[in-house]
Design a protein around this ligand. Structure first.
Ligand code: SF4
Ligand code: SF4
Length: 456
């Protein structure tokens, strides 16, 4: 049977050997920029993976720590002049690390961070694959906020003492929407005006459970652009978190459920509003590259996967009814920009809103260090990168920082608070801003900033 090392060797050796050590990827790597060590750079990590695959270093002891500190933002892949597929190398290495740690645990050689693995494994296996359980958790969050329990928890310092990173994010969680306003799986929303196409909406896991308002607004915007929207039954989490943690088999199981659900919807394309999920959906073909039974279906699915900004530009313009007199800047979602190649459309949509002055953020392509659950696992390193990002955001004089991924949005909200900008600046998802300008927002988007939205 193939050993773990042989499996890693076969998966990465050819691609890792393509690296010519030029270092063009170093200036775009956020962890190298803040940590300043070769082992925190793409080039260093590739070399370590190669050494582990050749059996020259230990997977658990030498490879896991530097790989664990990689954000997976894949800016290095875009910068690389010889197309080293860093994402695939990282994925294979993460899988090898997860298997190695599993083996170490079984043989009583528990590696460090045992509790972290337990919590992550529990959430990935028992929560994320089940939309109903996630919705119950989301409803719990709504109740928690409605009953004002957050104030009690904060006053008692419960989270602060036990898990400070969670306490920080609890403070900036957006107001959850009532579960009674949620769309249903299987529901169809007719196009407003002439129907141009039928699209299937990918609801996601965190977005569906905790930010269903943004999903509801996304569906409304799509119908305003003339699209009939179905929210297919049977869909589930995209599997990105699983793949990034090395649980590739589970990611495949989730992908199969999504492919089946969306095939049954009869839609022309699959639309999502989260850069991280969209990147994963678009990479289903890669996930099944060695599986003749699923590869064709995965390829067709991936080819039809679109970000909401692409569809709103293609089928727009949106019927704006309000002006938003505000300076707006945009922080790219790494997975939307670096993996899906979508960066023009969000900017085009922001600029099209009446009243908006768009201010480009310096190095907006550099990751905000949200990185899925990276900011919870590596809070200190993540905040170091985020604080640098906020310095640049401050220079834009923006009233609103826009993002296109739920994780980035929470990270920017926390950044705004840490930088003492909370009185002047809001951090929102692009869908929320567009909804506000189309008259279907909450009307509280610019609360706390110096600006207001007014009727056109
Ligand atoms: S994925 Fe991002 S953090 Fe990781 S090595 Fe590449 S640029 Fe650096
Ligand atoms: S840019 Fe590409 S070839 Fe150059 S060091 Fe980075 S990964 Fe290697």
């Amino acid at each position: 049977m193939e050993s773990l090392r042989e499996r890693l060797f076969n998966a990465v050796h050819e691609s890792a050997n393509r690296c010519v050590q030029c270092g063009y990827c170093l200036p775009v790597c956020p962890t190298y920029q803040t940590m300043g060590k070769e082992s925190a750079s793409p080039r260093g990590r590739i070399n370590l993976v190669r050494l582990a695959a050749e059996g020259k270093i230990d997977i658990g002891e030498h490879l896991a720590p530097p790989l664990d500190l990689c954000l997976g933002c894949r800016a290095c892949e875009v910068a690389c002049p010889v197309d080293v597929p860093y994402g695939s190398i990282l994925e294979a290495a993460k899988e090898a690390i997860a298997l190695h740690q599993h083996g170490a645990r079984k043989h009583g050689q528990s590696a460090e961070g045992k509790w972290k693995r337990k919590v992550a494994a529990l959430a990935l296996r028992r929560l994320f694959p089940y939309p109903r359980r996630l919705r119950i958790a989301g409803s719990g969050m709504w109740l928690y906020q409605r009953m004002g329990l957050g104030k009690l928890v904060r006053a008692a310092g419960i989270l602060e003492k036990r898990f400070p990173p969670l306490a920080a994010f609890e403070r900036v969680l957006p107001e959850a929407e009532s579960p009674f306003r949620r769309y249903r799986f299987g529901e169809v929303f007719p196009a407003k005006g002439e129907k141009k196409a039928r699209v299937a909406f990918f609801a996601g896991c965190v977005m569906d459970a905790m930010m269903s308002r943004i999903n509801r607004q996304s569906i409304e915007l799509l119908t305003m652009a003339g699209l009939e929207v179905i929210v297919p039954k049977g869909q589930t989490c995209c599997g990105a978190l699983h793949a990034h943690q090395g649980y590739t088999d589970q990611a495949r199981e989730l992908a199969k459920r999504n492919i089946e659900a969306f095939e049954a919807s009869g839609a022309d394309c699959v639309v999502n509003n989260a850069g991280g999920c969209g990147a994963m959906l678009g990479e289903y073909a890669h996930l099944f590259r060695d599986d003749p039974e699923w590869s064709g279906r995965a390829e067709r699915f991936a080819a039809r996967s679109k970000d909401i900004t692409q569809l709103l530009v293609q089928f727009g313009p949106l019927p704006f009814t309000k002006t938003v007199e505000a300076v707006v800047t945009y922080q790219d979602s790494c997975h939307l920009r670096n993996v899906q190649g979508v960066w023009k459309e969000p900017r085009q949509l922001i600029r099209s809103i009446p009243g908006v002055t768009f201010a480009e953020l310096e190095q907006s392509e550099l990751c905000c260090a949200s990185g899925g659950i990276y900011n919870l696992q590596h809070f200190r390193e993540s905040m170091q990168i985020l604080d640098g990002k906020m310095e640049k955001a401050r220079k834009t004089g923006a009233d609103i920082i826009v993002t296109t991924n739920p994780g980035c949005m929470l990270q920017m909200k926390l950044g705004v608070e840490r930088a003492g900008m909370a009185g002047d600046t809001a951090a929102v998802h692009l869908v929320e801003l567009l909804a506000e300008a189309c008259g279907i927002g909450q009307g509280t988007l610019l609360k706390g900033t110096r600006r207001r939205a007014t009727r056109v």
